[in-house]
Design a protein. Structure first.
Length: 177
């Protein structure tokens, strides 16, 4: 599966105490995280439906994330390394959390059983995550999720670097530099 999430990626922040019964409700410290996570979840579910994927995947998976950002107008930096962009590990956490989010019924009232893409982010045994500047019109996130076979897992020590470079070249070419 592979899908595109338009817009600026949002890193997952820390959970903060919020309001609620007895003050026990937690909320994201970054106000952009929840809407971004919902966009990733919705894009994953649309791709699942388009590909006829029914039910939650179990077993080992590989996830590739490429977060593209608008290049700054006042800098010649080659990569998005500022705090304003967000750490790639925290962007990855937001994406992986979204892949575990189930679909809900109209009005978001009830969870649809067996509608997550993956059951738990512990299933992710290969994670490739990149931050790059893209063209101004292409800020967004490319997410690819693949099931891994036993044969792939047994051979994962051979040639993984070549594979990773191939994926990067393919995605950067596809979605913009």
């Amino acid at each position: 599966m592979e899908f595109w999430v338009p817009g600026k990626a949002a890193p997952k922040g820390s959970l903060q105490p919020g309001s609620g019964r007895a003050g026990r409700k937690l909320r994201e410290s970054n106000d952009r995280t929840t809407p971004y996570r919902e966009m990733v979840r919705d894009a994953a579910h649309r791709d699942m439906a388009a590909r006829g994927v029914a039910g939650t995947w179990h077993g080992a998976v590989r996830v590739q994330i490429i977060a593209l950002f608008e290049p700054p107008t006042q800098s010649d930096a080659a990569a998005p390394t500022t705090r304003a962009v967000g750490d790639i590990d925290k962007i990855s956490r937001a994406v992986l959390d979204a892949l575990q989010d189930p679909r809900r019924t109209e009005g978001m009232k009830a969870i649809i059983p067996d509608s997550k893409l993956i059951n738990d982010d512990a299933q992710v045994v290969d994670l490739i995550a990149l931050e790059r500047y893209g063209a101004r019109y292409s800020a967004g996130t490319v997410v690819r999720v693949e099931r891994l076979t036993d044969a792939e897992l047994r051979n994962s020590g051979r040639g993984w670097g070549d594979y990773a470079l191939h994926v990067v070249d393919e995605q950067i070419t596809r979605w913009g530099r």
